[in-house]
Design a binder for this molecule. Sequence first.
Ligand code: FMN
Length: 327
Amino acid sequence: MHRLQIAPMMGYTHRHYRYLMRRLCPDALLYSEMITTGALLFGDAHRYLAHDATEQPVALQLGGNDPSALAQCASMAVENGYTQINLNVGCPSSRVKEGGIGASLYRSPQLVAECVTAMCAAVSVPVTVKCRIGVDDCDQFDYLVDFANKVDLAGAAYLVVHARKAWLSGLNPKQNRTIPPLRYDVVRDLSGCVDIPIVLNGGLTDVDSIKQQLDVFPGVMVGRYACSHPLELSEFSRGGPPSALFIADILKDYFSYMSDRLQQGDRVSFMIQPLHGFFRASRGAKRWRSLLGAMQTGLLSGRGTPADYFEEILAHVQLSDRHSLLD
Ligand SMILES: Cc1cc2nc3c(=O)[nH]c(=O)nc-3n(C[C@H](O)[C@H](O)[C@H](O)COP(=O)(O)O)c2cc1C
């Protein structure tokens, strides 16, 4: 079990983000975005599963409700190098709701157990589940305990619990990540009365809180904070604030990666997106954003390569160190 896990996030935890986060947090388990079984079985599976080998360990998160399709997709993921499989039982989007997957599966614990059993039979890597503490009026503690015990018996290695319930009617996914109150007490009580290890997720926004929760839980999963403050999060893995030299090395490596990926036809904006969280809370934030904007515009219009922008970016990093902008 990885003590630090970086949450699956659609539109964010794509291969470029994971490439960067692997270097910032070498000890973290990374997750893919949710990929539906339909997309893998009937879409461009090669593209969905493609990643750089150095990103591993990465858990592929699957969205689905058909045990045999999930088993097939789990096998495809492992053949392609993924080291864990996670089943999404927490996503409250309307698309997911209509498909009877994600958070709506929480109402069908027996089906979730069948899905887990089928995936465990198909692969030898750990299979895990991610859920909420409740969905709509299905939010009793005993129900949550029963759900956890069922996925345990089915063979799941651990359960990740987002410490909020989800409202499938009335709230959109973004509201569902902020409006329902965080209930760490519920997740702590759950952890105390089931055998399956529980990983806490939701609302962790600094390294001290992460460390505190690791006194209670064997693992924590961090989502938005890992995107908005990646350098701060790296302090957890590295044991202290990153130096300008470390940041420069990371950026140099990432810029060279960007050059390679651009030649493979990957989109500039996706590759620049993970850099936005660097220096977000510092005095240099505005300058940083404008450097990234200039690079994006330049690359999109065919002016230069990422390496051509590196020196200017590097100067900014050195400036940052001198002014302690990472404080
Ligand atoms: C933009 C975005 C996309 C997300 N996509 C997924 C997803 O694909 N699968 C999933 O299980 N959770 C998804 N989530 C939820 C996160 O994994 C996590 O449970 C949630 O953000 C709470 O953790 P946090 O407070 O640390 O961000 C997403 C969250 C965000 C902000």
